[in-house]
Design a protein around this ligand. Sequence first.
Ligand SMILES: Cc1ncc(COP(=O)(O)O)c(C=O)c1O
Length: 469
Amino acid sequence: MAGRSFSLTPKKVPQVNSKFRTIKTALPVPESISLLETLRAHEPASMGGQPPIVWESATGCEVKDRWGNRWLDWSSGVLVTNAGHGRKEIADAIVKQATSPLLHNYLFPNEARAALAKRLTELAPAPLKKCFLLTTGSEATECAMKLAKTWGIKQGGNKKDVIVSFEHGFHGRTLGAQLAGGIPALKSWITHEHPDYVQVPFPGDWRLKPEQRTFAAFEQALKAKGVEAKNVAGVIVESYQGGSASFMPVDVAKQLREWCTKNGAALIFDEVQAGFGRCGTFFAFEHYGVVPDLTCCGKGISSSLPISCVLGRPEIMDLYPPGSMTSTHSGNPICAAAALANLEILVKEKLSEQAAARGEELFAGLEAIRKQYAERVARVEGKGLVAGMHCVKPGTTEPDPDLAFRVVERAVEKGLLMFTPVGFMGATVKICPPLVISKEQVADGIAALGEAFAEVVAEIVKEVPASAK
Ligand SMILES: Cc1ncc(COP(=O)(O)O)c(C=O)c1O
């Protein structure tokens, strides 16, 4: 779990002054160091993992600090600002609601919550016709698993309570979410295996052999773990895995859907980072041509304030009687108003289609970079406006976290903003700009990323001792 943190010693970097990027100071900015040190002193170390630039404003695809630096954003925060940063329509909706004034009203009905639940269930395909609003993505995945277990137990008794999930999967950082997560390093604090949570290999993992990426392999893996199909309450899977941006094969998804139906297990797609146009369709699971029983949404739902939801089949969503499945901030009126304004933008500006179109250009550019460094970048995975570049030790499939980290660091120094690498060993450079990114901005970002790879690879080659060449 050893995370790498960025140095707080200012480094002189070449000045950048292009249409979308300006870097005119050392980085981190010397004047920002005391603020950065305050954060390091008063927050847990875990909060210090992102490039140390102090955001002062963010609009569209641009992030600025107060010292004149400007970044082209390829992070969307963390896949939140699908409609673009700082959208006026969303800010106006927030202000209108906040000054109405209604800041909070627990679960007493409010207009914004009613309008949002209705709108989300209109946008979701049948049978996902009920919506439970929550606050964070983890809360949504925890809730979906609870519903699946409750449904399973109701149908098949106490033994029908197994939640199947996938290796390398991520569903949040709370206990249930991490029991279902498939990243061992994140689970070291969970000292006992939980018999109801079982992980099997993810069929979209490119490191697996072709025969391991099949539905037969899924069934074999369950058998090897001693899980009988009749005891499975639910299968939870990210529509694409966040750590890699990899999708599972479509035929596996279709067979998984059939298997869940046949065995009375709830199929849960975790769309917390994949939904709301990100992958070129409104919901990412549309790529599979199947509909889950439950889906978890968050992040891009509001492009701003914290709000999440579970969308699902009424017979599962209605399992708990009034008052017994709630959350303090469920459907907070300001968050709901922000989400409604965001959904209007996504639909009106056809941002799913935009993501698909810009995605074509993005992937062409990223593939060109990959081909240039084919020994060190094994794959570019993803769809629409989410991509993962998988860095490997030369000519192997072994992850190269050092290359990924240095590329992101260099890109940031060039005015291209990305968050710290993610995924298997932290070797995936993740690219996820706001969906409003223009053609010109895609090209500009590709140019900056290409330069970052060129410089870092040249430095690494020089560092390798002559004897090892
Ligand atoms: C697929 C997925 N599920 C769940 C979560 C957890 O969301 P949150 O951090 O809002 O709890 C995340 C967050 O990154 C995610 O990517």
